[in-house]
Ligand binder design. Structure first.
Ligand SMILES: Nc1ncnc2c1ncn2[C@@H]1O[C@H](COP(=O)(O)OP(=O)(O)OP(=O)(O)O)[C@@H](O)[C@H]1O
Ligand SMILES: [Mg+2]
Length: 465
């Protein structure tokens, strides 16, 4: 239903979606989300040359963006520009948030250049990080066929990492994002965030579990919680866990769908999403990067954009009247771009700052991340102390980097040694917390445009008040 049109279109020329996106990009050349989306659509539709141009343009807006770098590498690779692809991929290798998929592309590029040994090395890394990336055909071209090469890491595979990693890799969600899922995680899998969990219990969970109590007090159910904060601090993770907590379906709607709606079948698609949520209730409907709607409002010079926003607001209001059992959560990194109309009562009337995890939460998160890994006598409090300002995603990448190093050792020596505190501390020392940049921007808003105390929590976090 929400299939991205590019998937079904082998030929990118003469594709109305691409034409529309091209126009939209030329009207809003500085809209990073839009450029990213367009580049991705081109890549998937086979328009590799134009995709290359678009990824470059997007990278000019967001230099150092790993997802865009990977996109550019793919665009090069598909045009047979192997040296160019290699330059980008080698640069990406130093990134702590490097997705498993990048290793696979790296392997393909090296294979195409006949550098089989290095290709095999990257292929192994890819598969060690994400077993789903195993590619028998590629492996055959690369040579050896021992069980290790087939993708069996001498390591208990961490089932939790693979899907999430892919989510991290692909800034543009796939069509499946709008399909209901039954998350296998609950609040137990979320470290810290106690205040937020409590807020969600009151506003989201109890109304599902005890509708009669809310009715008895004439308290309408509805409205949603909007979470905002620096990237990687658990907003999406918590939304998914909320659905798991009440055994509800989880429908995530990402920026991709929202933009797609904007350019075309907009209102009816948005309505269809809410309808699908109703059919699957109890259901947590999660809108990610919701700022894109509000942020683009200024860009929405045409009435189509405005009517989409109004439709979204109307659907939200509708949740109050007949959507019992449909619970709305939303998240954004850019609360300053969220349209103020979203904040009215009955819409997102709880807006909650999700800060980076505190020391205690970091210890818990590390413990959760290492739960299924081969690790020994880890000193969690010590690691938590050394990782100030780290987001959950940063911690995850620390664990991934340390694990990867161990896997390499294991492949070399044939012995799988457990991870130690030292390994993790070493990986952490090489990493810079990604939340800092966000706070640099947020600090300005908290200082200069804190109308209605909107950023009070941010100001408190930064010790500004
Ligand atoms: N409190 C937490 N407990 C356990 N894991 C966490 C926690 N916070 C973050 N993580 C880990 O970090 C990953 C990234 O978190 P998540 O995707 O939820 O961040 P986010 O706030 O949605 O980021 P973004 O703003 O970039 O979308 C999660 O998949 C999870 O593995
Ligand atoms: Mg998220």
């Amino acid at each position: 239903m929400f299939q991205a049109p590019m998937k079904s279109t082998a030929d990118h020329t003469d594709n109305p979606v691409i034409d529309t996106l091209r126009k939209a990009v030329s009207q809003s050349p500085d809209n990073l989300h839009l450029r990213r989306h367009f580049a991705q659509v081109l890549l998937e539709a086979g328009g590799h040359k134009e995709a290359e141009v678009e990824f470059r343009a997007a990278l000019a807006l967001a230099p150092g963006d790993t997802g865009l770098g990977l996109g550019l590498a793919k665009a090069f690779f598909h045009q047979g520009k192997h040296s160019e692809a290699l330059v980008v991929l080698e640069d990406l290798q130093a990134r702590p948030d490097l997705p498993a998929e990048a290793q696979l592309i790296h392997a393909r590029v090296l294979n195409a250049r006949g550098e089989k040994t290095s290709a095999l090395d990257h292929y192994r890394r890819a598969v060690a990080l994400d077993a789903d990336l195993a590619d028998a055909l590629l492996l055959e071209q690369l040579g050896p066929k021992s069980p290790i090469d087939a993708g069996t890491a001498p390591w208990p595979a961490n089932e939790n990492t693979s899907p999430q990693r892919r989510e991290d890799v692909e800034p543009v969600p796939s069509d499946e994002t709008a399909l209901p899922e039954k998350p296998g995680i609950t609040f137990k899998d979320v470290g810290g965030m106690e205040k937020l969990k409590e807020e969600i219990r009151l506003k989201v969970i109890y109304p599902i579990q005890h509708p009669e109590v809310y009715k008895a007090y004439g308290k309408g159910i509805g409205g949603g919680i909007l979470m905002f904060g620096p990237p990687g601090c658990g907003k999406t993770h918590l939304a998914r866990a909320t659905a798991g907590e009440v055994n509800a379906a989880f429908v995530a709607v990402g920026i991709n769908e929202v933009l797609e709606m904007w350019i075309g079948r907009s209102e009816s698609n948005l309505h269809a999403i809410f309808e699908m949520a109703r059919r699957n209730k109890p259901c947590v409907l999660f809108f990610d990067e919701v700022d894109a709607l509000g942020a683009s409002r200024a860009d929405f010079k045409n009435s189509a954009g405005r009517s989409l926003i109004n439709q979204f607001l109307a659907e939200l209001d509708g949740v109050k009247s007949d959507n019992e059992g449909v619970l709305i959560l939303a998240a954004t990194n850019a609360p300053w771009n969220v349209d103020s109309a979203f904040r009215r009562p009955g819409r997102f009337d709880r807006i909650i700052f999700v800060p980076p995890p505190d020391t205690e939460a970091r210890a818990l998160i590390l413990e959760l991340l290492l739960k299924d890994k081969l690790a020994k006598d880890i000193d969690y409090p010590a690691l938590a102390k050394r990782t100030g300002s780290f987001s959950g995603a940063d911690l995850k990448s620390v664990v991934d980097v340390a694990t990867e190093a161990r896997i390499e050792d294991a492949l070399r020596s044939g012995k799988a040694l457990p991870l130690t505190t030292k390994d993790l501390a070493a990986a952490a020392a090489k990493r810079f917390p990604t939340t800092r940049e966000w706070f640099a921007t947020a600090r300005n808003y908290a200082t200069y445009s804190n109308e209605g105390g909107f950023y009070d929590d941010v100001a408190r976090y930064l010790n500004l008040v």
